[in-house]
Design a protein around this ligand. Sequence first.
Ligand code: GDP
Ligand code: MG
Length: 163
Amino acid sequence: MRKLFLCGRSEAGKTTLTQALKGEKAHYVKTQYVKTWDITIDTPGEYAETKALALALGCFSFDSDVVGLLCGADEPYNLFDPAIGGVVNRPMIGIITKIDDPKANVPMVRQWLEDAGCERIFTVDSVTGSGVEELRDYLMEEKKILSMEEVMENQRKGLKDWA
Ligand SMILES: Nc1nc2c(ncn2[C@@H]2O[C@H](COP(=O)(O)OP(=O)(O)O)[C@@H](O)[C@H]2O)c(=O)[nH]1
Ligand SMILES: [Mg+2]
């Protein structure tokens, strides 16, 4: 299974999604530091919210196979700049959580994540488990291991390294 790096503001649902992917029932735990599990790298939201700490996220992301930008469907503002995928040399996906929240605005959050450059967007409710299986199936897809020549060829064509 490919390892998913989770980045998003506090309370977006990174830890609850980690629990859902591990098959655990949702229970609240404040994430105090970056935690590497089998399936995810769970990060404290404060890292994404603070310019100085955000740099550390770049370093931690290199231990993952897939970078996930995570946003609650009820979030009132967006943390992710347009086209930030340029600084990530992994497939970058968007994950919209809390899709059943009464304040959910999935089309707006989807637009933010598309603008950021996410190549796929998943919608989940980590408490009920809705949509989590689709994300799990995506993570189960085989990891591509490319030779330097293949990467350079992709770069010559203007494609992503892993295309
Ligand atoms: N209904 C619903 N609640 C969620 C979902 N994801 C997280 N929550 C709730 O949102 C709160 C913050 O979640 P948490 O995973 O700790 O956020 P984190 O700070 O990004 O790790 C908790 O009370 C969770 O139960 C979701 O998909 N649906
Ligand atoms: Mg957390």
